[in-house]
Ligand binder design. Sequence first.
Ligand code: ADP
Ligand code: ZN
Length: 214
Amino acid sequence: MFLLIMGPPGSGKGTQAKVLARKYQIPHISSGDIFRQAMEIDDVLGKELQLAINKGQLVPDELTNKIVERRLLQEDCQKGFILDGYPRTIAQADALGLLLERLGCGLNKVINLDVDSNVIIGRLSKRLLCKHCGASFNLITNPPRNEGVCDTCKSSLSVREDDNDKTVVDRINVYEEKTKPLIEYYNKKKILCNIKGDVDVVEATKAILACLER
Ligand code: ADP
Ligand code: ZN
């Protein structure tokens, strides 16, 4: 199963991607996670990523394509994957299309989580992340069982550096301008599932599965 999940920042795509990865036994490929890992290493690449990400801007297409492609060529991706956060521009979508063609496969479905921008701002300001295992929580919609502690690995939770008010607004604007056009791009290819994303996690999962099994 080759899947892609899209939606504005804070739409819950990472959370849903993890559920789907477990259900279909496919790797969850999050460009944001890959970049955050690379940023932990303080080298030239880490610095270049930091420059874009901490300002709420996109990492340049060429660099993004290269980093994600390297991941998608690994053995565990050959039978399927769920992409989360990539592609984010038409140029990235074209690059992905070419790569998949070369590999002799293609996306089965593209899930689009539709969430109003007012809801997003509220959600992002309440988001907590586990740097150790990548799990994410939300103080309002999906709180950790113990305050400040990851349910999965018991590490302490932190706020993502790019989840501050200023950066959030920039990320939403970038989404509207660069990423939203991909909805029509995949709609034309007749593989788009539009899902209402401003509902709770379990309900959104149900709607996604119903669409995938159609
Ligand atoms: P969110 O979806 O909440 O914005 P992500 O973890 O997907 O969070 O992305 C965090 C940041 O990483 C983005 O704001 C952007 O700067 C960068 N990024 C992630 N994926 C891409 C991509 N495909 N192209 C360019 N930049 C990206
Ligand atoms: Zn954890």
